[in-house]
Design a protein around this ligand. Structure first.
Ligand code: SAM
Length: 298
């Protein structure tokens, strides 16, 4: 850390910045500022940044994590929704010429347009995510197939457990399947409420995800694959046979699809690895295609 610049990840410095700019943390925007330097260091280490990297930060706040990212020499592009904060960041990060602040909503911005990546370059994403929109942000980043190599996020512990849960565990669900389809997630550390100002009510955790160049499995129809997964986990207590009917299949179609995939009807979604969901989706998609062709002939 540059000795002449105060470290923002400190309770006193953070309180001073908030009071100097007459700011109060906004609950509505999920503002819990990090005040623990070792947590910032842990997140930055998990991102494995080099000066050649471009890193997208979501929600820089008053610049706490941004400062740690900037110190690595990487190019930092930070998107902040709170209109009051760019002026604060201009002051707190004025010593860094490798940081660009983009005002706006990460869910609405065209991300490639703000990153200006070189041909073939993949970026890293680092965020202490606003907890009220963690899943939409994760899914937006992953489903858009953005050129991301690594995604390091602070989330509620309970979400981190779901992201990394394996089949058979009670926490394994639609989020586990989606995250593990696009990435290889790994738990980095637990973070207690006292590491934030104001302290949230729950424990948090940092998860590092290596984004796969190709998804973990290759269903022929990705939309159908996710539709079946949502149905399977939307009705967790039901057997797969009944749950798949929630995806618009008839009992006969569900039965035939499961039989063709070699999966027992009484299994439940939480027991199935990604490859089994892909087999079911392919079997159902073959079945629907044949039914359509037969219907067209008649
Ligand atoms: N990075 C800072 C830190 O670690 O101390 C602040 C993290 S705070 C948990 C989340 C930040 O995300 C806040 O600054 C909030 O204003 C911002 N934010 C909330 N919703 C956002 C959105 N849709 N797009 C961009 N930033 C958002």
């Amino acid at each position: 850390m540059n000795a002449s610049i105060p470290v923002i990840a400190d309770p006193k410095v953070t309180r001073h910045i908030l009071s100097a700019f007459h700011l109060r943390a906004s609950k509505r925007l999920g503002q819990n500022f990090l005040v623990d330097r070792s947590v910032v260091q842990g997140i930055v280490a998990a991102a494995q940044l080099t000066p050649e990297d471009t890193v997208l930060e979501i929600g820089p706040g008053i610049g706490t994590l941004t400062q740690g990212l900037a110190e690595t020499g990487a190019r930092v592009v930070a998107v902040e929704l709170d209109k009051k904060l760019p002026a604060v960041l201009a002051e707190t990060l004025k010593s860094y010429d490798n940081v660009v602040i983009v005002p706006g909503d990460i869910l609405k911005l065209n991300i490639p347009d703000i990153l200006h990546l070189k041909d073939g370059e993949r970026c890293k994403v680092v965020a202490n995510l606003p907890y009220y929109i963690t899943t939409p942000i994760l899914m937006t980043l992953l489903e858009q197939r953005l050129p991301i190599e690594r995604l390091v996020t602070m989330v509620q512990k309970e979400v981190a457990v779901r992201m990394t849960a394996r089949p058979g565990s009670k926490d394994y669900g639609a989020l586990s399947v989606a995250v593990q389809y696009f990435t290889e997630p790994c738990m980095v550390m637990d973070v207690p409420p006292r590491a934030f100002l104001p302290a949230p009510a729950v424990t948090s955790a940092v998860v590092a995800c290596r984004v796969r160049e190709v998804p973990a499995v290759c269903p022929q129809d990705e939309k159908l694959f996710f539709r079946l997964i949502r149905a399977a986990f939307g009705q967790r207590r039901k057997t797969l046979l009944n749950a798949l009917m929630g995806a618009g299949l008839s009992k006969e179609q569900s039965r035939a699809g499961l039989a063709a995939a070699g999966i027992a009807e009484q299994m439940r979604g939480e027991q199935l690895p990604l490859a089994d969901f892909a087999r079911i989706a392919d079997a159902v998609s073959g079945l629907l295609k044949r039914e359509k062709e037969d219907g067209d002939v008649l």
